[in-house]
Structure formats: C-alpha cells, structure tokens
Write a protein that binds this ligand. Structure first.
Ligand code: NAP
Length: 381
C-alpha cells in the first residue's frame, strides 16, 4: 500500500512529502504556485505537470517515497534529490552532535527514511528541516526503525540511550539492529550486545575515524565488530557514511580497533604540536615548515589538518579534547588488563589531564599545543 501524502510547502521552494496515488503536489515557481499530479500504473509513477502548457526546465522535490518496485518517468524535467523506496530499511539516528548530524544527513541523502532524536532540540530541528522525522525518545526512534544508530559521547550515554528508561530496548522488535558508532570500549560493546541479544536485537560496534570532515563528506573509515551476517546486512547503510568499511571480527573488535587508532592519533597530535613548537623556537616560517613536514616522511592527518589550525590560533573542535581524553582512558584500562607498556600513550593521557584542568575539554584536540606553550612559555604563531 502507498503511504499517505502530507503535502507541505517550504521557504526553499521545495515541495516535499511522501506521495501516494493521485495526490497533487504544489510547488512554488517564482511567485506562483504550480500543481503536479502523480499517476501510478503497475510499477510506474508518472509525474504530470498540472498545466502542461507551462514549460518547466527543472523542478526539484526534496523527497518522494516510491512504493516497492516502482520506477518513475516524468513528462517534464524533474530533478529528484532523494528518491526513497520502501525497499530501503528505515534508519533511526540518536545523537546529533558534530559527527551525528552530517552522518544522519548522508543517510537521508541516499534515500532512507530517517527518524532522529537528540537530547538538545536544536540539532533535531536542523535534520527535520532536511526531511527527517523527529522522535521524542530513543524508544520512539526504535519503534520507527529497522536499524538504529547511536553516535553519543561515552559508554554511560550509550547504555542510557540503548538500555536505559525510554531507551531503544523498550521498543525491541523482530529484526531490529543497533549500531553503536561512538567510541568507547570493547567491554561495553560485549555488555550491551549480550543484553540486546536476549530481546532478539542484533548489535554491531562500529566506531569511525576521519573526523568531522570525513563525516560531512561521507568518507569515514568504519571498523566493525559483531556477527558477519549482520555486518553484511548493514553494509549499504555504512556505505552511506563511509568509504573504507572493514569487518574486524567478533563483538568488541570494532572498539578495540578504534582504540589502537587513538593511540596513533594521540601520539601524532603530540608530534604535531612538538614539531611546530620547535619550529617556532628556531625562528622558522611556520607555513614553510608545514609544507615540508606534510610532504615527507613526517606527514600525518594531524599535521595536515591540525597544523594550520594551531598557527592560525583556531582551537574550535572537529574532535573534542575531552573525547580524546576519554579514548585514552579506555586505552589505559586495556594496558592494565593486558599488562602492556604503552609509555607514549601514557604521556599524552597525562597531558590531556592538563588540557581538562585548563577547561579546554570542549576545544579541539589541537588545543594540546596550548599546554606545551604554557610549559615552554612561548606561542606557536
Ligand atoms: P558531540 O559533538 O559532543 O556530540 C555528542 C552527541 O551525543 C550530542 O548530540 C549529545 O547531545 C548526544 N548525547 C550525549 N550523551 C547523551 C545522552 N546521555 N543521551 C542523549 N544524547 C546524548 O560529539 P561528536 O564529536 O559528534 O562525537 C560523538 C562520538 O563519536 C564520540 O564517542 C566521539 O569520541 C566519536 N568520534 C568523534 C569524532 C570527531 O572527529 N568529532 C571522530 C571519530 C569518533 P546534546 O546535543 O544534548 O549534548
């Protein structure tokens, strides 16, 4: 059956809604309102311009929901930015921060119906304006979804939105899959998964790397732990958000991979800050120095992306310092569990304690430079 159509007009001149047989679209063209009808015949959807004598070069619908198996032809030149089909799984997204917002947008852009929830309301409005449905709790999200993604801050937040009161678990239903894409620890993945599985809900831990830039551009690297067959089912959703998607093994191995990643990221951050500080002290031109460092053996994502921010004094977050501190906390726990010596990570963890002591937790990780500047009594600029 076709879903009901809720026509609506938006300031951006877009007609949007979910279409059904013989409904009429109204779209604003310049200052006038134009009407379009839809005709369904077998598996075809015909878009008919209401006043056929008016030539329209290009119309753009925000989204159309096509019935299963439908194809579309139109007698005028329509550009549909999002064609949603009932064959696509419905996706729920919880946590619309720096990462979650663009990740959810990219899933919508690929034609999925997305239902969103965030603790603070501003981010919800932004996604709803792009065509998402809003929900009043994680439980409501799960009711409306086949796959629920969470992208919240830390382990207690994951447990809260998935297993807590009003959480996803309260709307467990057959076939539901939960993807935790935030960064925490392998133990948490195993614990959450074992509770969900008793309710017949599948779980994958699927943290990401690539920063807010990768989230916006849909080029994240995604590392996934859990059942292989569940991973394969979810691959098309991961592909909406990322480029390199790697199955790592059993539940928890996605988070274990991410913590290995964070060991390297944190040491690269320290290396970036230290080399720029030495460059400054020896009187080098910082942009020339950065050119050399990023084109040879010293190069790293951190140097290329955070280096310019440090000497232009831009400490706004792509990745918050408090989050790297959290990740290093989990790395330190693993060193205890496995009796490992990771001295470099230990040093950066201590330095990030100082970052938090200076109240820089909400700044980007490049703010580590400020701690080294304080210790050395000079600024990198
Ligand atoms: P963020 O900007 O701080 O966003 C976190 C989001 O989670 C916010 O929308 C927050 O809601 C929501 N949230 C937190 N606790 C919640 C709770 N208990 N209940 C409901 N909502 C809750 O963080 P982010 O940068 O997007 O990072 C999210 C996760 O991805 C973190 O685990 C981080 O380590 C990881 N990560 C980040 C990056 C990056 O470059 N930023 C890269 C890779 C991985 P409010 O808006 O109400 O605060």
């Amino acid at each position: 059956m076709f879903r009901s159509f809720r026509p609506s007009l938006r300031e951006s001149d877009l007609a949007y809604g979910i279409c059904s047989s013989h409904d009429i679209f109204t779209s604003k063209i310049g200052n006038s309102l134009e009407k379009f009808s839809l005709t369904f015949a077998k598996n075809w959807v015909f878009l008919n311009h209401w006043a056929k004598n008016v030539c329209i070069k290009e119309r753009r619908f925000d989204f159309l929901l096509f019935p299963r198996g439908a194809q579309c032809i139109s007698d005028v030149s329509f550009q549909m930015s999002r064609i949603m089909t009932e064959d696509f799984p419905r996706v729920g997204f919880i946590g619309l921060g720096l990462m979650g917002r663009p990740m959810a947008s990219n899933i919508m852009r690929k034609g999925h119906r997305v239902t969103v929830f965030n603790r603070s309301k501003g981010a919800i409005d932004e996604l709803v304006a792009k065509g998402a449905n809003s929900a009043s709790s994680p439980m409501e999200v799960a009711k409306e979804s086949d796959i629920v993604i969470d992208m919240v801050t830390d382990a207690p937040d994951v447990q809260d939105v998935i297993l807590g009161k009003g959480g996803v678990i309260e709307a467990s239903h057959k076939g539901l899959i939960v993807l935790d894409m935030s960064t925490n620890s392998p133990d948490v993945a195993t614990a959450v998964s074992s509770v969900l599985i008793k309710k017949g809900v599948e779980f994958l831990d699927a943290p990401v790397t690539g920063g807010d830039k990768g989230a916006r551009e849909g080029t994240l690297t995604i590392m996934v732990g859990g059942k292989k067959e569940v991973f394969e089912k979810c691959l098309p959703i991961f592909q909406c958000m990322g480029k390199e998607i790697v199955y790592m093994g059993d539940t928890g191995s996605g988070q274990a991979t991410k913590l290995c990643n964070q060991v390297a990221v944190s040491l690269h951050t320290l290396a970036t800050c230290e080399s720029l500080l030495l460059g400054k002290a020896t009187g080098l031109k910082l942009d020339s120095l950065l050119k050399v460092l990023t084109s040879g053996a010293a190069s790293s994502w951190n140097l290329a992306n955070l280096g310019p921010k440090i000497f232009s004094r831009d400490f706004e977050p792509g990745f918050k310092a408090a989050h790297l501190h959290k990740d290093l906390k989990y790395v330190m726990r693993l060193t205890e569990t496995h009796k490992l010596a990771l001295p470099g990570s230990g040093i950066v963890y201590q330095l990030f304690n100082s970052v938090l002591a200076e109240n820089y937790g909400e700044k980007g990780t490049q703010v580590l430079a400020r701690i080294l500047e304080k210790l050395s009594e000079r600024e990198i600029k």
